[in-house]
Every structure is written in structure tokens, then in C-alpha cells.
Design a protein. Structure first.
Length: 205
């Protein structure tokens, strides 16, 4: 079991320091010093990103409806559950590599990424025609379901509802929404064109 890692901003305003700390490692991890021209920055590792996603997404992971996502394909041979984790990890990676921690609410970023496709059905299954507009409507369906099951803040609500921009005409209002949107597009493209899409195992519905 790994030591929990969390995001800690220091009390220095917009020019302050932001760090990620671990119980096991103390102050070791990542530190960005924003002070005039002097910058010291160590990027997050893949393991650190995974730990952050697990910590901030624990409530989502423990919900019973995650079992539904594990039984639904999203793109290619990737389930909605796995896709959402990939989007969350990539969104954190983008925020880190773009040095956006002074602007980003990490908790809201991870939760909105994990819930952006919380529509709770397999859109590949036959239906009465409602899935034809899935690309345009599932953001609002995901928001409706997520708002029912979780206590969402305004950033999370906006990011979930608008993550399909520009298929939905109104762009995200906050930087977290843009990060989720970019991470979703990148992940979806890779998953859709992966060779594994030709070898999808049968899922138990």
C-alpha cells in the first residue's frame, strides 16, 4: 500500500509556492518556486500522479456505479472506467507540465475528469435511437448522474457538462474544464485507433 500524497499550497498568495508532499517522504516530492526570475521545478512522476488520482478520487472509485462503468466500453477496447482514469491522469500531467498549479484546483480537476463520462450506459448497445446523439448529450447526462451521487462544486459541474466542446457550443469556463477536455480528446483518439480495438473481450453486462 502506498503512502498518500496530497497537494499543499503555501500561504504566499499568487506568487507563492505549491508542493506535493507524501507522508512517507515528508517534504520530498515536487516543489515549484515562483519568485521573479528564479524558478525551481521538479515534474511529477507517473506513480505520483496515480497516487494523486487515487487520493482525490477515492469517493468516486468507491461508489457502486463504478461497476457499471467497468462493464461498458467507451472507445475501442477500453472501458468507461479505464478511460476516465486515463483522462484524470493525463489532465494532472498536463497541469503539471504546463506549470499551472497556481491556477488549478487539483481536487476538482481529478473528480471532474473521473466523472466526465458518468452517463452509466454503453452507447454501443442497441437502443431506440437515443444514443445517436450521444456525443452531444452525454456531458449533461453525466452531470445529472454525478450531481445525484456526489456533492459537486461549480468547477466540477462546468467541466463535466462542457467537456465535449466544440461538439457542445459553449466552452468550459474554468482552466480545469479545458484540461479535462484536452485530456479526453487525446485519450479518446489513442484508444479509438489502438490495435487492441480489434480484440475486445466480452464484458458481463
Amino acid at each position: 500500500m502506498f503512502a498518500p500524497v496530497w497537494f499543499i499550497p503555501s500561504n504566499e498568495g499568487a506568487r507563492g509556492r505549491f508542493a506535493i508532499h507524501s507522508d512517507a517522504a515528508g517534504a520530498a516530492g515536487k516543489r515549484a518556486a515562483i519568485n521573479g526570475c528564479k524558478k525551481e521545478y521538479t515534474v511529477l512522476t507517473r506513480v505520483q500522479i496515480q497516487r494523486l488520482v487515487y487520493k482525490h478520487g477515492r469517493e468516486v472509485f468507491e461508489h457502486d456505479h463504478m461497476e457499471v462503468e467497468k462493464r461498458c466500453y467507451q472507445h475501442g477496447a477500453v472501458t468507461t472506467f479505464a478511460h476516465s482514469i486515463r483522462v484524470a491522469c493525463l489532465a494532472v500531467w498536463l497541469a503539471d507540465r504546463l506549470h499551472l498549479w497556481y491556477r488549478v484546483d487539483l481536487h476538482a480537476l481529478i473528480r471532474s475528469a473521473l466523472l466526465h463520462d458518468y452517463f452509466l450506459y454503453d452507447w454501443h448497445d442497441w437502443d431506440n435511437g437515443t444514443h445517436r446523439l450521444h456525443g452531444f448529450t452525454h456531458g449533461h447526462t453525466a452531470l445529472r448522474n454525478a450531481a445525484r451521487d456526489f456533492d459537486l462544486n461549480h468547477i466540477e459541474r462546468d467541466a463535466i457538462a462542457k467537456h465535449m466542446f466544440p461538439m457542445t457550443p459553449v466552452p468550459p469556463k474554468y482552466i480545469e474544464g479545458y484540461l479535462v477536455t484536452m485530456a479526453d480528446k487525446i485519450s479518446a483518439t489513442r484508444e479509438t485507433f489502438s490495435r487492441s480495438r480489434f480484440h475486445k473481450p466480452m464484458l458481463h453486462k
